[in-house]
Ligand binder design. Sequence first.
Ligand SMILES: *[C@@H]1O[C@H](CO)[C@@H](O)[C@H](O)[C@H]1NC(C)=O
Ligand SMILES: *[C@@H]1O[C@H](CO)[C@@H](O)[C@H](O)[C@H]1NC(C)=O
Ligand SMILES: *[C@@H]1O[C@H](CO)[C@@H](O)[C@H](O)[C@H]1NC(C)=O
Ligand SMILES: *[C@@H]1O[C@H](CO)[C@@H](O)[C@H](O)[C@H]1NC(C)=O
Ligand SMILES: *[C@@H]1O[C@H](CO)[C@@H](O)[C@H](O)[C@H]1NC(C)=O
Ligand SMILES: *[C@@H]1O[C@H](CO)[C@@H](O)[C@H](O)[C@H]1NC(C)=O
Length: 532
Amino acid sequence: WRPWLCHLFVAVWATEGVTALYGEIIVVPCNSGATAPEDLMFVKWKYEKDDSTAGDLLIKQARNDQTTVQATDDYAERVSIDDNFSLHITKASLKDQKTFTCMVVSGSNLTEYPVSVAVYKKPSSVQIMDKSEVLQKDKATTVGTCVATDANPTATITWKKNGKLLVADGKAVVITPSLKLDPATGLSTTSSTLQYAASKEDAVAVFACVSTHVLSNQETKMEPVPVHYPSEKVSLQIMSKGPIVEGDNVTLKCHADGNPPPSSFYFHIKGQKMLVENSDTYTLAAISREAGGEYKCSLADNEKMEASQSIVVNYMDLSLTPTGKVVKAVGDTLTVTMEKSASGDAQVSWTKNGKVLKEPVFSRLTFADAGLYVCELSMNGLTRHQSFELVVEGKPVITSLTKHRADDANYKVLTCEAEGVPEPNFQWSVNSTDEKSSYTNGKATHKISVIPKENLTVTCSVSNKLGEDIMTINVSSGKFTRVDSLVTVILPVFILYSPISLQICLRGLYNLATKEDPSPWMDRSNICHVYR
Ligand SMILES: *[C@@H]1O[C@H](CO)[C@@H](O)[C@H](O)[C@H]1NC(C)=O
Ligand SMILES: *[C@@H]1O[C@H](CO)[C@@H](O)[C@H](O)[C@H]1NC(C)=O
Ligand SMILES: *[C@@H]1O[C@H](CO)[C@@H](O)[C@H](O)[C@H]1NC(C)=O
Ligand SMILES: *[C@@H]1O[C@H](CO)[C@@H](O)[C@H](O)[C@H]1NC(C)=O
Ligand SMILES: *[C@@H]1O[C@H](CO)[C@@H](O)[C@H](O)[C@H]1NC(C)=O
Ligand SMILES: *[C@@H]1O[C@H](CO)[C@@H](O)[C@H](O)[C@H]1NC(C)=O
């Protein structure tokens, strides 16, 4: 102290506080920025060194506004004073956290205004390091380490799960904090490691680390992490759309509820243990009826975890005799035998040419028996078919030979009908025009038109490889017709038995005599068979 100052009244004000941001300018106000006394002589700034001695910084004279930097240390380059006598210190660092004193010296007073300076810095980053890729169920697993770097004062770290604060309990939630000071800057780096015993539901949980600091709070979220847990249940599935039928490829699928899903399994197939790796299925190719029974699967790494299923193999056999094309002659017998065996109650049904019928029995085959016979065996939606096509062959037999005069025409139409298989050939004894024929189900019909110039005896002959048949018919040429032999046979009968018949008969005769053509009921009578 200079001797002339000794008689002055010295006052020291209570310490004020200012905070500054790290790296920026610290502004330390003198007497909270109050105006200086009128008789001000000078203002001097000093600071308290670590050893509690005072370090001079600068002096500003009131008289000529002249400033003298007294500091000889690092502050020499960093300090200045403004018009309000506030001390400015550039490049704030933690070393500047000390008390600076403004000494105001006036003619009457010497007053000291100490100001303590704090330098704050928010964390340069808040990050989660060493994030775990997977959590283990019910086992405290490290989730990650949250690091808030280079802060002052020290940042505190807390953890949240789905927005709710996690409180360490030493079991399910273990939080291990740590603090590191940078020896050069004095800044602190806060770390916090979270260990957590997850549940299955935590696979979608969002963990977040919250850094709390006077200057800023920061939250850093983590992507959800899968939770791994061992299988608790194994199930065996038989992959089949419907009942399993002999010959099917049957796939067995083993499923376990662990995460990650197990990739290797044992399949127990009829006493044999098959290891399947990187797959959860085993296929039984073309399963046989003997393969029914119990099947098991288990985890390759924990054989106690197993599941079983039983397989029922349905089968159905149908054997029909005869099958295919069966050619028989009219009058033959045909024995049809059907044998079936099935794993259940199978129904038999028969169709002939698509129409349902009873099981066929043929004691004497007729042409009408020909057709496609299908036997169907069915059970639970399964079906088996066997069939035979029956062909009944026989020499042709003429069933009718008729004539009639076409309306308003001078020709006559002769119709010859015959039954026979294979299809018979028709031959007529007259030249004809306009032939028509049809053949269905062994019945053949042949029609011709003739213009008889004279009374004709017309022959229709039919033949196939098995034989032939012939029939004749008398066709009159003219406008007048004959009394038929049949009439002469029937007439006495009518006369004998009925007076009414007699009347009808007489009327018939009258008709015959007067009309140009005979009545229709008398027209188809002149028939006789010629057998060879
Ligand atoms: C000094 O203080 C006055 C009033 O408080 C203010 O307006 C002015 O900006 C200050 N000057 C400096 C250089 O800080
Ligand atoms: C000196 O300081 C005292 C205490 O702060 C004050 O009461 C007094 O008025 C001051 N004197 C002058 C001349 O400013
Ligand atoms: C069974 O599998 C074999 C081989 O993959 C295949 O050729 C066959 O068609 C399958 N059988 C059935 C009934 O799917
Ligand atoms: C059938 O016609 C042919 C030629 O047109 C003729 O030669 C033949 O005599 C005719 N037969 C009868 C039976 O009329
Ligand atoms: C044809 O037959 C009828 C009787 O059926 C007979 O009356 C007629 O005289 C016959 N005509 C010829 C040309 O023989
Ligand atoms: C057909 O007419 C002839 C004579 O013209 C006769 O001998 C024959 O018996 C007649 N046939 C029939 C079936 O009437």
